[in-house]
Every structure is written in structure tokens, then in C-alpha cells.
Design a binder for this molecule. Sequence first.
Ligand SMILES: Nc1nc2c(c(=O)[nH]1)N[C@H]1C(S)=C(S)[C@@H](COP(=O)(O)O)O[C@H]1N2
Ligand SMILES: [Mo]
Length: 313
Amino acid sequence: MAAYRPLHIPTSEITPREIYMSRRSFLGTAAAGLMLAGSGNALAAPLTASPSAFKVDEPLTPKEAVTTYNNFYEFGVNKEDPSQNAGAFKPTPWSVKVEGMVGKPKEFGLDELMKMQLEERTYRLRCVEGWSMVIPWIGFPLSALLDQVEPLGSAKYVAFETVVRPEEMPGQSGFFQPLSWPYIEGLRLDEARHPLTILAVGLYGETLPNQNGAPIRLVVPWKYGFKSIKSIVKISLVEKQPETTWKNANAREYGFYSNVNPAVDHPRWSQATEQRIGEGGFFGAARRPTLPFNGYADQVASLYSGMDLKANY
Ligand SMILES: Nc1nc2c(c(=O)[nH]1)N[C@H]1C(S)=C(S)[C@@H](COP(=O)(O)O)O[C@H]1N2
Ligand SMILES: [Mo]
């Protein structure tokens, strides 16, 4: 794993450590050992959502678990596959095309993305399979990127695409192909612009490990984990609700919205409780209650007022 300072960013463009640390304590994050700050302006940008929304007051999931217990089917379907099979993946050079219904389509190079105003965000991640983690991400609001391309009034949704590289991703080249590629995801434009929605470029103070979606992935903390698409190469502003990988694979089990909802069971299992990875003690059986919108209801429930959440799973 690389030290956090992106190779091509001069030291002068990195936020001084004191400023970063005060930004960090303002956010109240508990992660230790952060190597350095975000890059970009010397002063932290004003926060656009309440600071408490940006941290979880729960123990962090150990980095070892965050980086070895993964879902990333491009590298295999077992939890240990991504960390074992992603060694040959090359996250640099990289660029992300942002196109579609925008005034200023643009291809962003990784250097430019790493120079966005980075923040540490400690979020819960709840997988639809019934497990969860608390992860200290580093990233920037997706809205900051969208502002730069100037979405047109006709744009209603945002579609995302993961890279296709069978030569570097064994799950894309084997005899058994669990999904069709590229992995695709989508959000409604207001969800995409919500201050909690980030593009992450790091975790635990370092650039993203390949298995966590290097070099840049989405994090939408109030939705099931499969919405948080990894290793993104394309973002398109579109008019109609985009297709999504898991809905295409099984529409009865995985909806477009997929907001974390303990009251709506997955067809094959309850969503009422979850196993926090690393928790549970000797018998390993302690599950905690799953929270509506994964604990972010105060911030996001208003996005869905008037919507039947059961029908829009
Ligand atoms: N491209 C891609 N993105 C993906 C996946 C995947 O298989 N391919 N798995 C998703 C699922 S199901 C989850 S739970 C999260 C897991 O993220 P993590 O391994 O960083 O914890 O990534 C999501 N993003
Ligand atoms: Mo997941």
C-alpha cells in the first residue's frame, strides 16, 4: 500500500498537518496514525452537512479486516479473493470520464482527483449479506466533481462504471463469470449530490488498496454496500434511471434504491440485524440491530418523502 501522498502532487499543495489535524478533530474522527492531510487549498472548505453526520461514534473495524474481507467480484467471489488476487491490478495511470447531460464534459486524471479537497469520513458500511464495518475513508463529495461538469436541467440520474480488465482481474476472465461486466451502478441526482455521498481515494490514511476499489470508488453510506461501486472509470449524467448490475442479475432481490432498511427483508434472509465484523466475542453470535438508512435517517430520509420504500426496495 502506498503512503498516502500521491506521487505527483508537490508537497506545497498538501494541506499542512496542523490544519489537517484540526479539521480532523473537528470532524471528531477516531482513526489513529493518519499520515497526512488532504490536498488542495490550505484551509478546510466549510462543511456542507452537520459534522456529526461525518463520523460514527463506534469503534473502527480493524484495517486488517477492512482490507482482507471484501466483495469485489472482478477478483473472485470469495471474501479473501480480492486481497489475494488484486496484486497485478494497476490503479495508475487512471482517469475518470464524466459525460452525458453536462455542460462541460471532462476526463479527470487521477492527479486532479487527488487534489480535490480531501476529508476523512468515518462511515458505517452495511452489506446486503448482513455484515457491517466502520471505515475511515478519505475522499471528497461527489457533488464537488459534478459541479465542475455543470449537469444540465435534463439530467436526473448519475450512472457509474467500473473498469474492465480481464488481464488484471481474474474474476472477469475465468470460465465462471458471476456477473456481466462492466459492473454498473446508479444514483438519483439528488442522492448523488447529497453531502454524505463521496468518492473515496483512501482509507485508514493511505491510498485505497486495490481490493477496496483503487484508485477511486463511490461510498454511499445509507445504502447497501453493492451501491458503492469500485474502481470507477466513467460517470454519466442521464435522464432515465440507469441499469444496475445486481438488479440486472436478480431484480427480485436487489432494487435500484437499496436503502438500508431493517423492516424490509431480503427475499432469502432477514435484514433486521447485522454482524459487525470483528465484534461478537467468543461465541461470535452477537448481532446488532440494523438501523434505518444505516443510521443516517436524519440526513437522508427527506430524500424519499412520499415514496413507498417497500415498493422501491
Ligand atoms: N466493481 C465492484 N464494486 C463493488 C463490488 C463488486 O463486486 N464490484 N462489490 C460491492 C459490495 S457487495 C460491497 S459490500 C462493497 C464492499 O466494499 P469493501 O470491500 O471495500 O468493504 O463493494 C461494492 N462495490
Ligand atoms: Mo455487499
